[in-house]
Design a protein. Structure first.
Length: 83
């Protein structure tokens, strides 16, 4: 399970194999894992925020935790170091 403080890497083209650090498209730190309330009685959803190093336009991106888990299963998102 991914958690706050983990160092993660992203690669669009190295699915199912672990890329070297210099082959990553970007890397960053998980700054928060949290639940977000939805409207109209829908259940809360788990979200994740990642502060990417190479994305200066949007320093912190927010994603559904289910997306991050799916990308980790495919190999696009890798945990480089645990907090």
């Amino acid at each position: 399970m991914i958690k706050t403080g983990d160092l993660v890497g992203w690669s669009d083209h190295f699915h199912r194999e672990r890329p070297d650090l210099n082959e990553l498209d970007d890397f960053g730190v998980v700054v928060s894992v949290f639940k977000k309330k939805q409207n109209f009685g829908f259940p809360e959803i788990d979200r994740i925020r990642i502060a990417w190093v190479k994305d200066p336009d949007k320093a912190i991106d927010e994603y559904a935790l289910s997306w991050a888990t799916g990308e980790m299963n495919k190999g696009g998102l890798v945990i480089l170091s645990r907090s």
